[in-house]
Design a binder for this molecule. Structure first.
Ligand code: AMP
Length: 435
């Protein structure tokens, strides 16, 4: 730092809130790509977009996600609004979609309700790589059908999306967590199996043992793992309808050749899950290895006021931030900025012509930058190269008088005269020639 700089009074720097991030290129371009791929794949599977508010009544998540979950119990950004009502920044969006489904009686529309969303979620977790307090999710929900085929098609859609993003090497972990009755029996079995060892386990597990023994299966403490590995699994406690449902989903995956690994200890973080539960994990992610997670939540919509016959549902949410980390690790390059031309006018009197040309080219669909016409040509060409533009369009007084410009390829330095009227066509060609 120079002396002059160190003496200058320093403005207090305002920084982004812990666990939140600013996303700029090249990273943001990969976010855009995930979103574009998701929209395209979801369209083919008949999903329509829903946009729900980021602010929701706190009670929605307490009721739909469950007071005992980490998300609601510890991680929500919740506060009293000026009218003293508790509102929060949504920690997830399945509850919001289910609320909207009930609020607008969406089941009255023809066909199964298939909705997708994209947007920021907020959880006050301890930030680390792949875990933020504001992060982006893309998710989809199918409401009003309990068919195993729906579970299968959702998983197939996810495989398609992952492959489109270059993440076909992800792994699908699949489990069934049964219905409420199955889980009650399983919970009792877990308590019984844990009883002799619970005093040796971590403090979290001791608390979970009392409140929700299923959560013990989520424990990451090394010393507890041998005890957890020996616990009974949910799959042994499924009743006949749940067993048949799970077996039908697995048969379809096998028939269609889509890979998965049975993960009998996979329990999802939200209380409303029933039957099929799944996660896609990826090796490039490290500790936070879940790219996405989801499952069936029959009964959630009913808990929020839908008639029982319309309250079956299944969905997933994917973490865009983690998709981008995995895509970067897989060497997926961000698409280039794709500026077709940098217009270098030689003198301020030519600026109006340069601006008009830029506008015409932009109307023709080309990305164009206009240089500072007061600068020398050499300097403008340097700046042009730094923007990554493919070509420079040089406007000098003589050329403009002839309704021409010099088109210079910045990669090779080759240049030639082109009629202004023909420029849009000439500039579009290299882009078209690209695969
Ligand atoms: P969940 O809503 O907890 O089932 O999470 C679904 C997906 O969202 C996860 O698999 C992650 O990819 C992503 N996710 C969840 N929490 C975070 C977080 N704090 N930061 C970044 N991504 C997250």
């Amino acid at each position: 730092m120079s002396k002059a700089e160190s003496k200058a009074p320093k403005a207090t720097e305002i920084r982004a809130i812990k666990g939140t991030r600013d996303l700029v290129a090249p990273e943001v371009l990969l976010f855009q790509e995930v979103e574009a791929q998701a929209r395209e794949v979801f369209r083919r599977y008949g999903f329509e977009e829903i946009r729900t508010p980021i602010l929701e009544p706190t009670e929605l998540f307490a009721r739909a996600v469950g007071e005992e979950t980490d998300i609601v119990g510890k991680e929500m950004f919740t506060f009293l609004d000026r009218d003293e009502r508790p509102i929060c920044l949504r920690p997830e969006a399945t509850a919001s979609v289910a609320r909207a489904y009930v609020e607008h009686r969406l089941w009255e529309r023809p066909g199964t309700t298939k909705l997708y969303y994209q947007g920021p979620m907020f959880r006050r977790e301890r930030p680390q790589k792949g875990r933020y307090r504001q992060f982006s999710q893309i998710g989809a929900e199918v409401l009003g059908s309990g068919l195993p085929q729906v579970d299968y098609e959702l998983l197939e859609m996810l495989w398609t999306l992952l492959r489109a993003c270059g993440l076909g090497d992800a792994e699908l972990l699949l489990n069934s967590i049964g219905c409420e009755a199955d889980r009650r029996r399983y919970t009792e079995a877990l308590r019984a199996a844990l009883r002799p060892d619970i005093e040796r386990m971590c403090a979290d597990c001791r608390r979970r043992y009392e409140r929700n023994p299923l959560r013990v299966l989520d424990c990451k403490v090394e010393a507890d793992q041998p005890i957890i590995a020996a616990l009974p699994t949910m799959l042994d406690y499924l009743d006949e309808p749940c067993r048949a449902h799970f077996s039908a989903v697995r048969t379809m995956l096998d028939e269609q050749g889509l890979p998965y690994r049975l993960a009998p200890r996979l329990v999802r973080g939200l209380d409303y899950y029933r039957r099929t539960a799944f996660e896609f994990v990826h090796g490039a992610l490290g500790a936070q290895n879940a790219l996405l997670g989801g499952g069936r939540y029959d009964g959630l919509a009913q808990a929020l006021g839908a008639p029982a016959q319309y309250s079956e549902g299944i969905g997933f949410a994917l973490g865009e931030d983690r998709f981008v980390i995995a895509m970067q690790a897989a060497g997926r390059a961000s698409p280039p900025r794709g500026i077709a031309a940098y217009i270098a006018a030689l003198g301020p009197e030519l600026l109006p012509r340069a601006l008009r040309l830029a506008r015409e080219l932009r109307e023709a669909g080309l990305a164009v930058e206009v240089g500072d016409a007061q600068r020398k040509l050499a300097r403008q060409l340097e700046l042009a190269a730094r923007t990554g533009a493919r070509s420079a369009v040089i406007l000098g007084p003589d050329e403009v008088a002839r309704e021409e410009a010099t088109l210079r390829e910045l990669g090779t330095g080759n240049q030639r005269a082109v009629a202004l009227a023909a420029l849009a066509g000439e500039l579009a060609q290299p882009a078209k020639a690209k695969p």
